[in-house]
Design a protein around this ligand. Structure first.
Ligand SMILES: Nc1ncnc2c1ncn2[C@@H]1O[C@H](COP(=O)(O)OP(=O)(O)O)[C@@H](O)[C@H]1O
Ligand SMILES: [Mg+2]
Length: 229
């Protein structure tokens, strides 16, 4: 078998408040293959977001190791981690996290410029990403001038524009009605069909069922890890 794109071993995450300690992730092991579309499910409070944040380098685990393509990311400095996130990973959040004063195009463009691309190269990539996601006619709209589904698709365009190794999505359809959620899921399925590795948190079983594999969390432990098809 080829090397996994993500390999997490004995991942523990606890939060301290005063003298007490809340252990949220209680020793998780997980391997994700390149090209996989993985769903993380579980009840509210089971540790889904915490798990995604550790795997996506948005937080540091209390102990345990995470390798991405064989690189032990725990050994990176804060600056190297920031660069790694910007260059290699993409994120989609429940609330879209778009900058309200920037147009759809500028929202996708900004992280590309932060990566150090020239205006011309960044503009090309932003344009391609928005086209890929079916938003060609919305380049100049502000987020407030877009529907929830369109805003989420702008955030997906932002996540894919730099061709990341992995997309991490935390409840990307939670604020959308069923019809719009389906459009967003179709966008993920189409990206995955083109080879994009995706790790998506969702509490909707019917959406999780569309992915390759479901990891079900219960109180910080992987209760089930099974293939869909
Ligand atoms: N930064 C934090 N500080 C303290 N407790 C936290 C923090 N983040 C999450 N938690 C706690 O960890 C548990 C799991 O949270 P979370 O991962 O957000 O669950 P889920 O995404 O499955 O709903 C909850 O009890 C939550 O209150
Ligand atoms: Mg959550």
């Amino acid at each position: 078998m080829s090397q996994p794109i993500i390999k997490a071993e004995n991942l523990i995450k606890s939060f301290k408040s005063g003298s007490s300690e809340l252990v949220v992730l209680k020793g998780l092991d997980l391997s994700v293959s390149a090209g996989e579309f993985l769903a993380i499910t579980g009840r509210s409070g089971s540790g889904k977001s915490t798990m995604l944040y550790q795997l996506g380098l948005l937080d540091r685990p209390t102990s345990g190791t995470i390798e991405i393509e064989g690189l032990d990311v725990g050994k990176l400095s804060d600056e190297e981690r920031t660069r790694f996130r910007l260059n290699e990973l993409g994120y989609v959040f429940q609330d879209y996290a778009l900058l309200p004063e920037l147009s759809a195009f500028e929202n996708v463009l900004l992280p590309l410029l932060m990566q150090g691309l020239t205006k011309l190269a960044a503009g090309e990539k932003a344009k391609l990403a928005l086209e890929k996601i079916g938003l060609s006619s919305r380049f100049n709209n502000l987020p407030s001038q877009l529907s929830g589904g369109e805003q989420q698709r702008v955030s997906i365009a932002r996540a894919i524009a730099h061709e990341p190794k992995i997309i991490f999505a935390d409840e990307p359809t939670a604020n959308l009605d069923a019809e719009t959620a389906k459009v967003v899921l179709d966008a993920f399925l189409s990206l995955n069909a083109d080879g994009q590795t995706i790790v998506m948190v969702t509490h909707e079983p019917e959406y999780a069922a569309l992915t390759h594999r479901i990891v079900h969390l219960a109180e910080g432990i992987i209760e089930e890890d099974g293939k869909n098809h």
